[in-house]
Write a protein that binds this ligand. Structure first.
Ligand SMILES: [Zn+2]
Length: 86
């Protein structure tokens, strides 16, 4: 009686363990074989033009200035300091 209970417990444990393992492997394989995920493709960095030297900089740059309600992005602080609006 106790023995059969033990077998059932071990069996249940094995099933849970195997299902978790298969789930993990499945997810790892999906990540490996999935080309570029839609999410990653649309997260590309937006480029803004530095109005002083004309170079394109990431919109995530910290070097920016708001003039007349419009935001300008710069490659460097010296460009930003030279900018007095368009
Ligand atoms: Zn610049």
């Amino acid at each position: 009686m106790v023995r059969s209970l033990l077998y059932i417990l071990v069996g249940l444990f094995l099933i849970v363990f195997l299902r978790a393992a298969v789930g993990l492997i499945g997810r790892a394989l999906a990540q490996l074989f999935e080309p570029e995920s839609e999410n990653r493709r649309t997260r590309s960095v937006e480029l803004k033009r530095d109005p002083v030297c004309g170079i394109y900089v990431s919109a995530e740059t910290k070097v920016r200035k708001t003039v007349g309600g419009k935001e300008y992005y710069f490659c460097s602080e010296s460009c930003r300091d030279r900018f007095r609006g368009e």
